[in-house]
Design a protein around this ligand. Structure first.
Ligand SMILES: [Ca+2]
Length: 304
């Protein structure tokens, strides 16, 4: 077997210089990429590649306080929350359809906003709070007449004051099963759009991402301390899509993922070119200097 030939130092020096040029180009391109990403973020005022998911489908209903729990409005155009003029309570239920696949895997949720249209009221400014519902409930075919404030006879599967699913499945307590601590509160005045937004709502959607089965929606509870505080909101069944409930989920990519993925791809491509050009050199008899920067031809120290 013939002996392997050691590359002349002149050839090695040329290779080393070529690799240095390539490396400098890589470093310059990375620096330029960081500058572009930084400038884009600074000019726009928002992180690059931010996104918004808008949910506009689901189910809703109203619990009408009643002795027999046989009143509902599952298919009606309106929801109610607060005390009526007759001193009976109304509580609205709302649940959005959500699939974790609707968000990118690396999405970090930055805000969650529930937007409702309020279309009729007998009161001035009232606080309306959003509470997590702790069990599943139904939306049947009941459809109250006129302004819908009195509800109508519940149909199978409707939620009522006493039932999660009329007539067979009851709440553990009249008025529904919900967490006492509010997730968000809005002051509702006259007709118009109102938003509920908070860190707790971000936590809600994050919990749905982790386990969609825990999404039982929310309950809107108005002022139940005084008479005639009720507010009427437009439901998923309203004839005008523009006033139906909407959930707005804003997110950004996981901080390290988007820009670093671009940078990593760039580095990988450049490194592939560098390797194709022969660096790092193999530590063989043909080349006893695996680190080209230590080669005496370019000013390094000779290996012993
Ligand atoms: Ca409904």
């Amino acid at each position: 077997m013939p002996a392997q030939r050691v590359l002349p130092r002149r050839v090695l020096a040329q290779r080393v210089l070529a690799q240095r040029v390539l490396q400098e180009r890589v470093q310059m391109q990375i620096a330029r990429l960081f500058l572009v990403l930084s400038a884009a973020g600074a000019l726009s005022g928002v992180p690059a590649l931010a996104g918004t998911l808008t949910l506009n489908s689901g189910r809703d209903n109203t619990l009408f306080e009643s002795t027999f729990g046989d009143i509902s409005n599952g298919a009606g155009e309106y929801l109610f929350a607060g005390f009526t003029g007759a001193d009976t309570r109304r509580r609205a239920l709302i649940r959005f359809d959500f699939d974790p696949a609707q968000l990118p895997d690396d999405a970090v949720i930055t805000s969650v906003t529930l937007r409702l249209s309020m279309s009729r009221t007998i009161s001035a400014t009232e606080a309306v709070s959003l509470h997590r519902v702790s069990r599943s409930w139904g939306e049947g075919g009941s459809d109250a007449p006129l302004e819908e404030g009195g509800g109508t006879v519940a149909e199978a599967g409707d939620a009522t004051w006493l039932h999660a699913f009329y007539p067979d499945v009851s709440w553990s307590a009249p008025g529904g099963d919900f967490d006492a601590a509010p997730l968000a509160t809005a002051l509702v005045i006259g007709n118009g759009y109102y938003d509920w937004s908070s860190a707790a709502l971000v936590g809600e959607v994050e919990s749905w991402r982790a386990d969609p089965s825990v999404n039982h929606g929310w309950m809107l509870i108005g002022n139940e301390e005084q008479t005639a505080t009720a507010k009427r909101f437009d439901s998923f069944q309203h004839g005008d899509p523009a006033v139906r409930p909407v959930l707005i989920v804003s997110y950004v990519p996981e901080p390290a993922s988007a820009p670093c993925a671009v940078i990593a791809a760039l580095i990988a491509a450049r490194c592939a070119r560098v390797r194709a050009a022969g660096w790092p050199f193999a530590d063989t008899a043909m080349n006893p200097h695996p680190n080209p920067y230590r080669h005496p031809a370019v000013g390094g120290q000779e290996r012993p």
